[in-house]
Design a protein around this ligand. Structure first.
Ligand SMILES: Cc1cc2nc3c(=O)[nH]c(=O)nc-3n(C[C@H](O)[C@H](O)[C@H](O)COP(=O)(O)OP(=O)(O)OC[C@H]3O[C@@H](n4cnc5c(N)ncnc54)[C@H](O)[C@@H]3O)c2cc1C
Length: 494
């Protein structure tokens, strides 16, 4: 039997927390463990106002005013100010949930700017499984800003061009990257390598493993408390959800689940101990409702993927995953079947593709007092442009840059600052989030839509329409105009 406190901390807990007294909130939660139900019972007049705690001397007393409007919030903050003691408890500046690309890159960007984040990852160690990612020019700029680009570059070769084939092996589009721009750069980077280099660049103790976040709650004074499955609770000024498409933070912010788009992708890493003869072009083979991609990473490793239309059922047995991929490309050019056959089973992964477009209006806010999202938690997208991880790297640079202007202390685990300066800082954090979202949403929405449309084109399944598509693709896919989105520059950490 959960206590009221635990109910309040449940992942979907009280996202629209209204003006309940602490006692009122607790009793509501006792009455209705389903928090949505509890929330529905909150009187309307209370929903519109922030809750002020009468006394904060006991550091664990809590309030819920997450959805208060900005003016309600300011009133609440000013009213509560006189009740607030100077904070002397242990309080984190920034807690990041999730230690994937987004979480590690955000942690590193903050660290480079002198802010000490705490990263909570549910796994018990750095994730080393998973396939390769195409890392494009825009992400190399972000990696430059993070100071790790050259280390990563050394692990893989630059791709020299793009070639499309029909399933009979006939090439119908071939273009070199040289004539796009000298700056243009795309490489297949092993996810493991990227994560390891990001992690190694962080000070020891930044990432805490075995720390699955299961609950989030607003505290008095605008701070946030996260609760981990292992029983640990942490209070923070800023909470960033980098916990991927199934994000707990995103659920708490009441945003929709990503939706399945009708196709699934299997990926793997072919190992060629004596070298391959595939050159260094990114090749795609297009069939009806199925396509395959081949990305030589260096002389001995070839990343491949097969994307197929299906109803989205889950398969986890890697033997079956391999057989299924081979079935989909039966009779196709040997370059794909050989790459599949050369892949150790532990390099195979299969995932249904889903996305959610990030609209700035018309849905729940993209940030709430002290809490926002980055990476797939914010903008899960189809992989047709190979940009999801690249955008997570851009997010990291932009968000850290904005936050560094807002956070007053470089090391505030223990803070002794006045209540007024705390309030000012919370207001600056709001402005930082606002600037972050303003900069990110046009970029991320446009990439999500373009990627979805590209998928719709490449996953067409009628033979006739596919043959017309393949004839038109050389006109539609002019490589230099296609590459336009990869020249986005997220800027530096200055
Ligand atoms: C088939 C496919 C191909 C792709 N190809 C490319 C590509 O070529 N290039 C590219 O840039 N992108 C590509 N992507 C997208 C890319 O993989 C994602 O955008 C990227 O991994 C997102 O990183 P993330 O850190 O936001 O999320 P994730 O990688 O999902 O990481 C989230 C982390 O949070 C942790 N976590 C989750 N919940 C909790 C919790 N409650 N508490 C604590 N920790 C938690 C998870 O364990 C995980 O470590 C592809 C995606 C797919 C599916």
């Amino acid at each position: 039997m959960k206590s009221a406190e635990q109910h309040q901390l449940f992942p979907l807990g009280f996202p629209h927390g209204g003006a309940l007294s602490t006692r009122g909130a607790a009793s509501m939660l006792h009455m209705a463990p389903n928090n949505r139900l509890a929330n529905d019972r909150v009187p309307e007049k209370h929903r519109r106002h922030s809750l002020i705690c009468n006394s904060l001397t006991a550091s664990k007393r809590r309030i819920s005013w997450v959805d208060a409007s900005a003016s309600d919030y300011n009133v609440a903050m000013k009213t509560s100010a006189k009740h607030m003691p100077a904070q002397s408890q242990r309080l984190q500046n920034v807690v990041i949930v999730g230690g994937g690309i987004s979480g590690l890159a955000t942690a590193l960007a903050l660290h480079r700017l002198g802010i000490k984040p705490l990263l909570l990852e549910q796994a018990d160690h750095l994730r080393t499984a998973g396939a390769t990612l195409l890392i494009w020019t825009n992400a190399w700029k972000a990696l430059e800003a993070l100071g790790v680009a050259n280390r990563i570059r050394k692990t893989c070769d630059k791709l020299s061009g793009l070639e499309f084939f029909g399933e009979d092996g006939a090439s119908f589009l071939c273009s070199g990257f040289d004539n796009i721009s000298r700056d243009f750069e795309v490489r297949g980077v092993e996810r493991k390598t990227l994560l390891e280099i990001l992690k190694e660049s962080l000070p020891d103790g930044t990432a805490i493993y075995d720390s699955r976040v299961i609950g989030i709650k607003k505290l008095a004074g605008g701070f946030t408390e996260v609760q981990c499955e292992n029983g640990r609770t942490i209070e923070t000024k800023v909470l960033i959800g980098c916990d991927g498409a199934g994000s707990v933070v995103r659920k708490w912010m009441n945003m929709d689940e990503p939706r399945y788009v009708g196709y699934t992708s299997t990926r793997g890493l072919g190992i060629y101990p004596h070298g391959h003869n595939l050159g260094n072009k990114f090749c795609q083979i297009l069939g009806g409702g199925v396509r395959a991609g081949i990305v030589p990473m260096d002389a001995n490793r070839v990343y491949w993927f097969v994307v197929f239309n299906c109803s989205g059922e889950r398969v986890t047995d890697v033997e079956i995953i391999r057989k299924e991929a081979l079935n989909y490309v039966e009779g196709w050019p040997a370059m794909i079947t050989e790459a599949i056959n050369r892949s150790p089973l532990d390099t195979l992964s299969r995932r249904g593709i889903s996305d959610r477009w990030m609209w700035p209006i018309g849905g729940p806010p993209l940030y709430k007092t002290g809490v926002t999202l980055a990476g797939d938690a914010m903008h899960p997208m189809t992989p047709n442009l190979g940009q999801g991880g690249c955008l997570a790297l851009e997010d990291a640079v932009v968000l850290a840059r904005e936050l560094s202007k807002a956070l007053s202390s470089s090391d505030s685990e223990t803070m002794n600052c006045s209540t007024e300066s705390q309030l000012e800082e919370i207001e600056r954090i709001e402005l930082a989030f606002k600037a972050y979202i303003k900069e990110r949403w046009p970029r991320v929405l446009s990439m999500g839509v373009q990627s979805y449309l590209m998928g719709a084109l490449l996953q067409l399944d009628s033979k006739l329409i596919c043959s017309i598509r393949n004839k038109l693709l050389p006109q539609i896919l002019q490589v230099d105009s296609f590459a336009g989105h990869t020249f986005y520059d997220c800027g530096t950490l200055q």
